[in-house]
Design a protein around this ligand. Structure first.
Ligand code: OOG
Ligand code: NI
Length: 268
């Protein structure tokens, strides 16, 4: 599958649950900007048929190569990032997975029940990345237990495999070239931004500044027929800075990412 087609399908699925991304992209375009994606991100369950190592070969088949690895101890996550080997402007990919065995027993039982429903050979090609929930709806009580211990687990149990966020490359914006200007524009338009640790995650000294909206909301129906409005997907903004070697920093930063994850928290 051509990389363009891969991202077009992902964007379609993503904007169905995050219409704010479509509106914000249009806002930039009205200002004469060409919106380039810095990266997109996915979440998954470790030790499952959709674990990171099962998904990685699909990314490789699309021309992507891993170049960084990360660990988020308090969130019980591991992650890797990928860049395209030849297409310079293709978005980077950030793929994280939940280390379920580090969660309390009650969460493990719930997640094991979801994972057990995924066929072992489910990963066949790029379509896996917009396959959403590969399991029957979770019980509301189980969802609430997950929320208590891992917002990530709760999100993944209801949203499944799909782009969790796209990221606007601020480096490619002309009218609002700083992250402060982007944030101001979004707040003036009434968007709610992720406030964890302040609006801007990172700094020029770290060579990466990031901010994000709080996720849009969607209504989900649980196993018992109850419905609840929960966080879906968000939009991110990233500004990369030149390093002493003259090259733009092209990786990710654990301290920034840790805060960006909160963009799907249910409580805010
Ligand atoms: C990923 C959070 C990290 C970044 O750019 O550092 C991230 C997620 O929320 O799944 O996107
Ligand atoms: Ni991101």
């Amino acid at each position: 599958m051509p990389v363009d087609q891969f991202f077009a399908s992902l964007w379609d699925t993503y904007t169905e649950v995050a219409p704010q991304a479509q509106r914000i992209q249009a806002l930039f375009e009205q200002q004469g900007e060409q919106v380039i994606n810095d990266h997109i991100a996915f979440r998954t369950f470790a030790n499952s048929p959709i674990a990171l190592e099962k998904l990685e070969p699909v990314l490789e088949s699309l021309g992507y190569q891993a170049y960084g690895a990360f660990r988020f101890d308090s969130k019980h996550l591991k992650a890797r990032c990928y860049k395209h080997e030849s297409q310079e402007n293709a978005p980077k990919i950030f793929l994280s997975e939940l280390l379920t065995e580090e969660l309390p027993e009650e969460c493990q039982t719930t997640i094991d029940r979801l994972v057990a429903q995924i066929p072992s050979d489910v990963v066949k090609g790029p379509e896996i990345f917009w396959s959403k929930c590969l399991w029957q709806p979770i019980a509301e009580q189980d969802y609430l237990t997950l929320v208590e211990h891992s917002e990530y687990a709760a999100w993944l149990s209801t949203m499944g495999m799909q782009a969790n966020h796209f990221t606007v490359s601020i480096n490619h914006l002309n009218k609002t070239p700083t992250i402060e200007q982007v944030n101001q524009l979004l707040m003036d338009e009434g968007y709610t931004l992720n406030q964890t640790g302040g609006l801007v995650k990172g700094s020029p000294e770290l060579f990466l500044e990031q901010s994000s909206t709080m996720a849009d909301k969607v209504s989900v129906t649980f196993a018992g027929g109850e419905t609840r409005v929960i966080p879906s997907c968000f939009y991110e903004f990233a500004l990369r800075h030149e390093q002493p070697n003259g090259e733009l920093f092209d990786s990710f930063i654990e301290g920034n990412a840790d805060k960006i994850f909160d963009s799907t928290n249910a409580s805010s």
